[in-house]
Design a protein around this ligand. Structure first.
Ligand SMILES: *[C@@H]1O[C@H](CO)[C@@H](O)[C@H](O)[C@H]1NC(C)=O
Ligand SMILES: *[C@@H]1O[C@H](CO)[C@@H](O)[C@H](O)[C@H]1NC(C)=O
Ligand SMILES: *[C@@H]1O[C@H](CO)[C@@H](O)[C@H](O)[C@H]1NC(C)=O
Ligand SMILES: *[C@@H]1O[C@H](CO)[C@@H](O)[C@H](O)[C@H]1NC(C)=O
Length: 309
């Protein structure tokens, strides 16, 4: 073989290899984070995103686009086909009638259809986001009142946790820490009880329960993943350990901070399996959270910083 042919062959081999890695992983994931209504609207602040959710995703190698409320269905659909996953954050709005709920429903339905077509699109729900997933899957209210507004707890893992997508790559020491130390912060007054789950075929068929907790009276679901979709929910707050400091029950030990990072790393890895893309890098850049500045709110809110829109 002469030099030229050799070069051609090499070139071809490299091209094939790089196509292969391109086909299995997207190393530039962009994740949407849902905004929600503020409690008391001001002219320049009608909705917000707590900055800790943005830092959570950024810490594991994703870029973030805020998903504004009150957009048209066409706008949400275009965004859906451009981003690689969506995060429904915690908060205090209605899972039925808010702008957050409306956007969540549109993204959830689009993600169901897309994943059925083998178009991978992951969803993560934290706290209110977990409750939103439950409401969307059950298509009716399924929450019960629990005494869990301000407490960090260990997870009570089910037998299914070990083989789950979420936990299968977690190191054994971290699983042990999660099961024995108070590393998962709960800030919710509503929960999906184990009893409700067991009595609801829609939830039972859809979600595999990975951990439970109890308020001493009611056993509730603290972590689940969908059987057939890359949808994940935690009733507790992985992002707070590393990024929120306003309450004494937010944990900051080395293991607590590993918890934040490990869950972020897991979800961002899921987003790297999505190949949705903007028509250009420029079109993506226009919408990134980098255009907004977080505001210090640590003296009046549980959040250190929020993005207001
Ligand atoms: C969203 O729409 C609702 C109902 O029309 C309105 O009350 C609210 O102010 C809007 N919020 C934002 C952030 O646009
Ligand atoms: C959801 O909201 C609608 C309109 O706001 C209301 O009519 C309906 O009763 C609510 N449903 C539930 C289950 O809360
Ligand atoms: C709620 O739980 C806390 C501990 O997290 C406990 O101190 C308090 O007594 C409980 N309240 C009720 C009404 O059970
Ligand atoms: C953990 O869950 C199991 C199964 O539901 C239950 O029997 C057990 O009491 C729970 N343990 C704790 C510490 O909540």
């Amino acid at each position: 073989m002469d030099d030229n042919n050799m070069r051609l062959l090499l070139c071809f081999a490299l091209l094939t290899l790089s196509n292969l890695s391109f086909a299995t992983r997207n190393d530039r994931p962009i994740i949407g984070v849902l905004a929600q209504e503020v409690f008391k609207p001001q002219p320049d602040a009608t909705s917000y995103i707590a900055a800790s959710y943005v830092k959570f995703l950024e810490s594991a190698g994703a870029r973030v686009i805020p998903v504004m409320i009150n957009q048209t269905e066409e706008e949400y659909t275009a965004l859906f086909h451009s981003i690689n996953g969506v995060l429904f954050p915690g908060g205090g709005v209605s899972v039925n009638s808010s702008g957050y709920a409306r956007a969540a429903k549109i993204f959830y339905n689009l993600a169901i259809e897309a994943n059925r077509r083998e178009d991978y699109f992951p969803i993560w729900g934290t706290c209110l986001g977990f409750e939103q997933l439950a409401y969307l899957t059950a298509q009716k209210p399924v929450l019960v009142n629990t005494n869990t507004t301000s407490v960090s707890l260990p997870l009570n893992f089910t037998h299914e946790a070990r083989g789950s997508r979420m936990f299968k790559d977690f190191p054994a020491e971290l699983m042990k820490a999660l099961a024995t130390e108070d590393l998962t912060e709960n800030s919710h007054m509503w929960s999906v009880s184990v009893e409700t789950y067991n009595g609801n075929e829609d939830l039972k068929k859809f979600y595999k329960v990975l951990s439970t907790n109890t308020d001493g009276r009611i056993e509730f679901i603290s972590t689940w993943e969908a059987y057939d979709y890359p949808f994940y929910g935690v009733q507790w707050h992985p992002e707070k350990n590393a990024f929120e400091w306003t309450r004494p029950y937010y944990m900051h030990s080395p293991n607590a901070v590993k918890v934040t990072f490990s869950f972020a790393d897991f979800f961002v890895s899921e987003a790297r399996k999505s190949f949705h893309t903007f028509e250009s890098e420029e079109a993506a850049r226009k919408l990134l959270i980098y255009h907004h500045s977080p505001t210090y709110t640590g003296d009046s809110s549980t959040f250190e910083q929020k993005y207001f829109f």
